[in-house]
Design a protein around this ligand. Sequence first.
Ligand SMILES: Cc1cc2nc3c(=O)[nH]c(=O)nc-3n(C[C@H](O)[C@H](O)[C@H](O)COP(=O)(O)OP(=O)(O)OC[C@H]3O[C@@H](n4cnc5c(N)ncnc54)[C@H](O)[C@@H]3O)c2cc1C
Length: 495
Amino acid sequence: RPFANPDHHQVLVLGGGVAGIIAARSLHSKGVGDFVIIEARDELGGRMRSHNFGGTTIEVGANWIQGTQVPGGPANPILDLAIKHNLKTRANDWFGSISTVIVFSSLILTFDASRPATYDSKGATDYLDVFKTSVDDFSNLTVLAGARVDEKLVDVTGRTGYSLIAPRKTDDHSRASEYYQFDWEYAQTPKESSLIAAGNNFTYNTDEGGFSGDNQMSIDPRGFKYLIQQEAQEFIKPRNLILNTTVKSISYSNSGVTVTLTDGKKVTGSYAICTFSLGVLQNNRVEFQPPLPAFKVEAIQSMTMATYTKVFLRFPKKFWFDTEMALYADAERGRYPVWQSLDHPNFFPGSRILFVTVTGDYSLRIERLSDSQVKSEIMGVLRTMFPNITVPEPTDFFFQRWNDDPLYHGSYSNWPPSFFSEHHDNLRANVGNLYFAGEAMSIKYFGFLHGAYFEGLAIGQMVASCINGEGCVGLKQVKDVVNLHPYEIPNGTSD
Ligand SMILES: Cc1cc2nc3c(=O)[nH]c(=O)nc-3n(C[C@H](O)[C@H](O)[C@H](O)COP(=O)(O)OP(=O)(O)OC[C@H]3O[C@@H](n4cnc5c(N)ncnc54)[C@H](O)[C@@H]3O)c2cc1C
């Protein structure tokens, strides 16, 4: 049965990604049934997005359950959903698989030096010693980041952090190896990222409530999104869902929220939960009435929306490495460095699919090029990596332009060194009856699916409490984020 009044609801949930769906589930489980999810696309899932690549389901957005569960420890809630909905996943070995080739004949896990998974301008080149040093450097970086928190030291960039633990390394092999540890996770360079936030990655830190050090990759033909779409099916009725509908403006006050859609129609709610990406908020894709307060705008504009791009190629035959991953060191840092084989016994054997990931400014650069230009650059790199092989032209080619997409404007958020905890409070803070949720609002798990999940859960429960009369507390906001020690030019300093 449709709602008696389809133009007014207790809660408007804006966006149907993980945060929106889990916020709606929280409302439903606390007895708030009059909610609608308004989603611009034709399906739920948001940045969990799959693509039919010539018959194989590939993940152009999120692909991994990052951090799963150690025995007796807390489970990543995305892992719980994957198990509940029978999603097909496989462990994806990020580190061992660069340094180890499975020699199938003897089933022994050893590195076969004749087939290194490290490449440079000369083709296959063994620089695993450099790679292993970079693994150690990153682990020292995390120790340094933890110590800075304990000692209450000011945040610095990841680059400064690296320089404090070892002399700067500028050779191609070191830079590519560092990229694999850092940029490939945060989608930005150490120079652009906070040492404290990057080095204290709660997801993998089991001492701080994190899950585990391993990653499960979805290889489900129904797509990774299936787990959240199935979860939604359990409680969302057709009357709770408005698909193919874009929000143009949001007008908010202490008594309610009115949303105007692109067709001019208005829907009102006693409350609303906005789960649009940080990129959408930063690029003023949605107009707020009244304009968001200065503290909120500063917070939105101070966090970074990074971009992570996977470029998929299918070839007439497999000619590449047998490992899950490979690393290519170019003279230019971040130029087509991380390669993943889906044609691997653990994933889609026989698929002939290989993909390469670029991040940050390099993602933005390739988004501005045509597909054929990007394809030709990548083929140049592959011919450099495999100089003794006739590398065939790919039969299929695809990549998602996340930054250019007005529904996302990037892939996921990253914490820059100039962003303070108070900024984060402000990013998360409600304005009147308009609340915010989504991966960027998670202080511990920003950037991740589980960050979106936990924020959806928390904010959904908070709004349900308001509606159920169980207490309605506004979230903390800080009017001015100030320096502990104001910036001062000492007396007597010459001009
Ligand atoms: C390439 C890539 C790789 C990633 N890899 C991983 C990974 O392996 N593991 C991991 O944990 N995380 C990963 N992430 C991050 C993860 O996907 C996100 O953290 C998570 O999906 C964010 O969920 P959300 O609900 O906060 O936002 P979203 O999924 O962005 O949901 C917001 C929804 O709002 C909709 N919307 C936007 N604007 C409007 C509008 N004006 N009107 C109506 N609807 C609108 C959007 O269509 C979207 O569905 C990756 C992301 C990307 C892009």
